[in-house]
Design a protein around this ligand. Structure first.
Ligand code: IPM
Ligand code: MG
Length: 363
């Protein structure tokens, strides 16, 4: 029997409760397909700060490097917000991304038809939306140097962050995006601010150069401000969007809301040597933590992405997606996606119902 080692990092806030549901689904999917998942759990983010004084210990980083895939919940919360940037919970995420070389972040935003009325946008705008944001994850403003805040002789301060990309960094993310587009509707929109920022002018040039290897994929370019507007004006026009780290952070939150709730969106972060981490794109939601009202679907769909991208288990992945769809069709909703006439349930019940459904779908 195949056996994969999974490092599970529940993190903070709603992290532990959504992760409980997601690991149930992972184990059940493994059982159905005769694959064993050896799950090792560790603290990350605020939980790790409380226990070890740092958001990510070297030991947990080593465990991540030694595992076949990492599944992460969410990190952060008001308790740790006053800490120095260098030791905040979010640093754990950034260090994991960097050390594992996870440069490609795939964030699909799909509107499930039973949820069209959960979106804050009109039904006719969001109906049929099925796009994916490919966000560069280990470069740009997040990691560029020089960075920091310095005190000037006149007593004022000066803050600096650097938007930097090299040709190889742009090339490799462009290739991932073209490959993704090739398996979908073959339309790729590269998002930049080439009218103002030199770095993204280079971005546009390199993406255009890479496009010659993908004559079957239709490439277009869009400025980021226009893209932000188009995402709420006519989101169905998009198939695959590729963009740099910060733009991708912002646009993927915006894309998430098309689907009704940020609680629905999974993500995959992929690197070299088949390294990968999977996580919901939402945060730790400390305001609702521990009340059994969080939506576990983003994390459950992240498990589906893990099966597809890390373990080539397309069938098992599709079954989980199907189970989620059926449960939504049956009218079950966590509070974030609740609309009148549907059945409001909690986090653990949602997990259990999806599990039952998964067990019922035919292989
Ligand atoms: C995300 C999050 C992170 C990011 C934060 C928590 C550091 O917003 O994954 O989108 O900015 O990348
Ligand atoms: Mg974000």
């Amino acid at each position: 029997m195949k056996c994969f080692r999974i490092l599970v990092l529940p993190g903070d806030g709603i992290g532990p409760e959504i992760m409980r549901e997601a690991t149930k689904i992972l184990l059940a999917a493994g059982k159905r397909h005769c694959v064993e998942f050896d799950i090792v759990e560790a603290a990350v983010g605020g939980a790790s700060i409380d226990e070890h004084g740092v958001p990510l210990t070297d030991e947990v980083l080593r465990m991540a490097l030694d595992s076949d895939a990492v599944l992460l919940g969410a990190v952060g919360g008001p308790k740790w917000e006053s800490l120095d940037y260098g030791v905040r919970p979010e640093r754990a995420l950034l260090r994991l991304r960097k050390e594992l070389g996870l440069f490609a972040n795939l964030r699909p935003a799909k509107v499930y038809s039973p949820l069209v009325d959960s979106s804050t946008l009109k039904r006719e705008v969001v109906e049929g939306v099925d796009l994916i944001v490919v966000r560069e994850l280990t470069g740009g403003l997040y990691f560029g140097t020089p960075r920091g805040v310095e005190r000037l002789p006149d007593g004022t301060e000066r803050g600096v962050n650097t938007l930097v990309y090299t040709t190889p960094e742009i090339e490799r993310i462009a290739r991932v995006a073209f490959d993704v587009a090739r398996k979908r509707n073959k339309r790729l929109t590269s998002v930049d601010k080439a009218n103002v920022l030199e770095t993204t002018e280079l971005w546009r040039k390199v993406v255009t150069d890479v496009s010659q290897y993908y004559p079957d994929v239709e490439l277009s370019h869009m400025y980021v401000d226009n893209c932000a507007m188009q995402l709420v004006r006519d989101p169905a026009q998009f198939d695959v969007i590729v963009t740099e780290n910060t733009f991708g952070d912002i646009l993927s939150d915006e894309a998430a809301m098309l689907t009704g709730s940020i609680g629905m969106l999974p993500s995959a972060s992929l690197g070299r040597d088949s390294r990968a981490m999977y996580e919901p794109i939402h945060g730790s939601a400390p305001d609702i933590a521990g009340r059994d009202v969080a939506n576990p679907i983003a994390t459950i769909l992240s498990v589906a992405m893990m099966l597809k991208y890390s373990f080539d288990m397309q069938g098992a992945s599709a079954e989980i997606e199907k189970a989620v769809e059926v449960v939504l069709e049956k009218g079950y909703r966590t509070p974030d996606i609740y609309t009148k006439g549907t059945r409001r349930i909690g986090c653990s019940e949602m997990g259990n119902i999806i599990l039952d459904e998964l067990e019922a779908v035919a292989i």
